[in-house]
Write a protein that binds this ligand. Structure first.
Ligand SMILES: Nc1ncnc2c1ncn2[C@@H]1O[C@H](COP(=O)(O)OP(=O)(O)OP(=O)(O)O)[C@@H](O)[C@H]1O
Length: 700
């Protein structure tokens, strides 16, 4: 028997297998409808005593109804597994087999028996992992094909058949799914997750994982499915602790924002690093400026700044120079200076947060007073200790010894006050480095400063030194290669008691502080034990196009494995040189050609070229969208400044002037990496149009 029997029928008698599968689909939809109606019918009047509870319950019911929606464009199930034995039972000779339909969500009939099982359930796992080598007790794996919501085909793999080939990518349905043209935002891949991807998706909540993978290897898809999986497997815990996806910019977040809701997960926050450090409790600052020099940005992102901040903050602690007298009634209680010194030293040595120590200090002083009271024969209780801690003399002493510090003011002072910086950066930053981070024009007030993104991260670090940042249960960090060490720290403290999934490609690092080694990055993140996995199978870029882009690798990231495309199509590729005054027209013409195909078109160009291209495209009747704006069947052309291209994809890419993209960056290596990102956004075809010479690295 061949590896895959494909059956495609439009209509058939009731006893043919496709008809039976369709009947199961119809019955599953009816069962889902019944589940929804059950929830809608819930009457909460009898169970709630007050309106607050009623409101909470009503919201929960609405969410549940939403989660039970039958989405016409997403099939209820996409696969079926026929187990050879009853799952979980002793696999004795003669035990009956069992079938499961695998889908996006669980559906059960009126008796509670499963009609469709969630793709994340343990019984679904062999759908992604079973192979002929390791059939996992599965006799048959069936994939379903749909056309406009109708079940129209299925394809079988007989895992216990020794003659069948064992390569999941020979599946025609799978291949068709991978090759499907792209329009609109990113979609889920539940039906076609590959075994090596599934291992990452289902790895445990306790451990952190780092995925290195070239363009289009499915890192983002894997990260999002991992969140969905973790929320299924650890729902209660993560509902309490929270989850977060961190992406590089708004347009990227728009592009991915539909995937988790489509998988039924509505509660995951999605943010950029800038969002994280400027929002939330006590943040209250805005990023309105940029650093004066690139050297300043790099230094502000350097992990040594954490030590400078720590020292600067702790310098506010002033050892007491005199004892303290607390008056209560007719008695006066004295705490001598050496005792105060000892308390302060002990709090500093314990290295707890500055704010926590500040809160502990009055209680410690009060304790000393209580000891004296007891020595004098009194029997004070806790209330007396609290009252002493609130005594005006104690408060005044605490304010003098351990004053409150505003994190933004601390950073402002470090960057404005040369003496203050010298004092705390001594031995950590060189004199030149100190000069580079300092503002040339000192700022007066926190409000008037035009904070840069790197400044905001410094403030976030300072804030964490004062009061511990709240940690979530799991954080997914995408395009991680671009983060500075200080940014890794900012993300890391948001999962200090949880775990992380770190996704990135060292070859696509384009910031001046881009990471060169995952071990180092994971250290800054506080997850040095994270397992590093590599994905090398490419699902986006066609073979010829990835081969072309990979010519750049030895010049910018030697040692990294080139992606091998799993797409069958070699891809349409053209590279054409034109006269300088004909470039704009050539780009417009290439767009016209690309638009004759199905799917989205992205015009990628150096940022400086965007205004001109926007003009000529509009004049030619191709009014372009901006990245992040959703492509629709009617408007499919997006004009993408290359600085925003990362993580995005378009069916056809028209690439304008590669040399301008390279020279738009401060150094050649970064330029080539930027070009590599741009060259690897295409799903079906790439048209390169240039007037200047191509970068040497692209020559064969
Ligand atoms: N197993 C799969 N089946 C079908 N499509 C897949 C699979 N894995 C990934 N894809 C598709 O391949 C494309 C690239 O995936 P994704 O954006 O996650 O890659 P990436 O590694 O994050 O790329 P980049 O490094 O360029 O950001 C997406 O359209 C995604 O849906």
């Amino acid at each position: 028997m061949p590896a895959h029997d494909i059956v495609t029928v439009t209509d058939g008698p009731a006893d043919d297998p496709l008809a039976r599968e369709r009947a199961h689909l119809a019955a599953s939809r009816a069962a889902l409808r019944a589940m929804r109606e059950d929830v809608e019918r819930l009457d909460i009047k009898d169970v709630t005593a007050n309106w607050v509870n009623a409101a909470v319950l009503t919201a929960q019911i609405e969410d549940r109804v939403k989660a039970l929606a039958d989405l016409s464009h997403t099939p209820l199930f996409f696969g079926r597994l026929d187990y050879l034995h009853t799952v979980g039972a002793e696999q004795a000779e003669g035990t009956p087999g069992e079938s499961f339909y695998i889908g996006r969500r669980h559906v059960h009939d009126a008796d509670g028996d499963p009609m469709v099982v969630d793709w994340r359930a343990p019984v679904s796992q062999p759908f992604y992992r079973a192979s002929k080598k390791d059939p996992q007790d599965v006799g048959l794996r069936r994939r379903f094909g749909y056309t406009s919501g109708e079940l129209t085909a299925y394809e079988d793999e007989h895992l216990s058949d020794p003659s069948a080939a064992d390569d999941p990518l020979t599946s025609k349905l799978l291949q068709a799914e991978i090759e499907r043209p792209r329009v609109g935002p990113m979609r889920d891949i539940v039906a076609t997750i590959q075994p090596e991807q599934d291992e990452i998706v289902r790895s445990g909540l306790a451990g952190s994982v780092c995925v290195q993978g070239g363009p289009g290897t499915g890192k983002t898809a894997v990260g999002l499915h991992r969140v969905a999986y973790l929320l299924y497997a650890h729902r209660e815990r993560l509902a309490r602790t929270g989850t977060l996806v961190v992406g590089p910019n708004r347009s990227f977040l728009h592009y991915i924002e539909q995937v988790l809701p489509a998988l039924g997960e509505l509660e995951v926050r999605q943010a950029t690093v800038d969002d994280l450090v400027t929002s939330g409790e006590g943040a209250g600052i805005e990023i309105r400026g940029t650093d004066e020099t690139s050297a300043a940005s790099v230094l502000k992102g350097d992990a040594r700044m954490a030590e400078v901040l720590r020292r600067a903050l702790r310098s506010h602690v002033t050892p007491p120079d005199e004892g303290l007298v607390v008056v209560r009634g007719s008695r006066r209680w004295r705490v001598p200076v050496y005792e105060l010194e000892e308390i302060v030293r002990e709090l500093l040595d314990r290295d707890i947060r500055y704010g926590a120590a500040r809160e502990a200090l009055p209680q410690r002083i009060a304790h000393q007073v209580l000891v004296r009271m007891e020595q004098a024969g009194e029997a004070p209780d806790d209330r007396v200790q609290d009252a002493v801690a609130r005594n005006a003399a104690v408060k005044a002493a605490v304010k003098a010894i351990w004053p409150p510090v505003d994190p933004a003011k601390l950073v402002l002072r470090l960057l404005s006050d040369a003496e203050f910086l010298v004092e705390h950066a001594r031995g950590v930053l060189s004199e030149e480095e100190q000069a580079a981070v300092r503002w040339t024009k000192p700022a007066r007030s926190v409000r008037s400063v035009k904070w840069s993104a790197a400044d905001a991260v410094l403030i976030d670090e300072a804030r964490d030194l004062v009061a511990r940042t709240h940690s979530l249960g799991h954080v997914v960090l995408d395009e991680a290669q671009d983060l500075s060490p200080m940014q890794y720290r900012a993300v890391g403290r948001r999962c200090s008691t949880g775990s992380a999934t770190v996704l990135g490609d060292l070859a696509q690092g384009t910031t001046p502080w881009a990471t060169e080694s995952w071990a180092e990055a994971l250290g800054h993140l506080g997850k040095p034990d994270a397992v590093v996995e590599e994905l090398t199978a490419g699902f986006r870029v066609p073979r010829d196009v990835i081969a072309y882009a990979s010519r750049l690798l030895p010049w910018m990231s030697p040692g990294l494995t080139p992606v091998s495309s799993v797409r069958e199509s070699p891809g349409a590729m053209s590279v054409r040189r034109v006269a300088a005054d004909a470039l704009d027209a050539a780009v417009v013409e290439a767009c016209g050609e690309a638009l004759r195909n199905e799917g989205s078109v992205g015009v990628i160009a150096a940022d400086a070229r965007i205004p001109v291209l926007a003009g000529v495209l509009a004049a030619a009747g191709h009014l372009p969208l901006a990245p992040g704006e959703e492509t629709t069947a009617a408007r499919r052309l997006t004009l993408v400044p290359v600085s925003l291209a990362k993580g995005l994809e378009y069916d056809y890419v028209v690439l304008d002037e590669p040399a301008a993209i390279v020279s738009g960056e401060p150094d050649e290596r970064t330029g080539l990496r930027r070009l590599y990102v741009a060259l690897t956004r295409a799903v079906s075809g790439l048209a390169v149009r240039h007037a200047g010479p191509l970068p040497k690295a692209l020559h064969p």
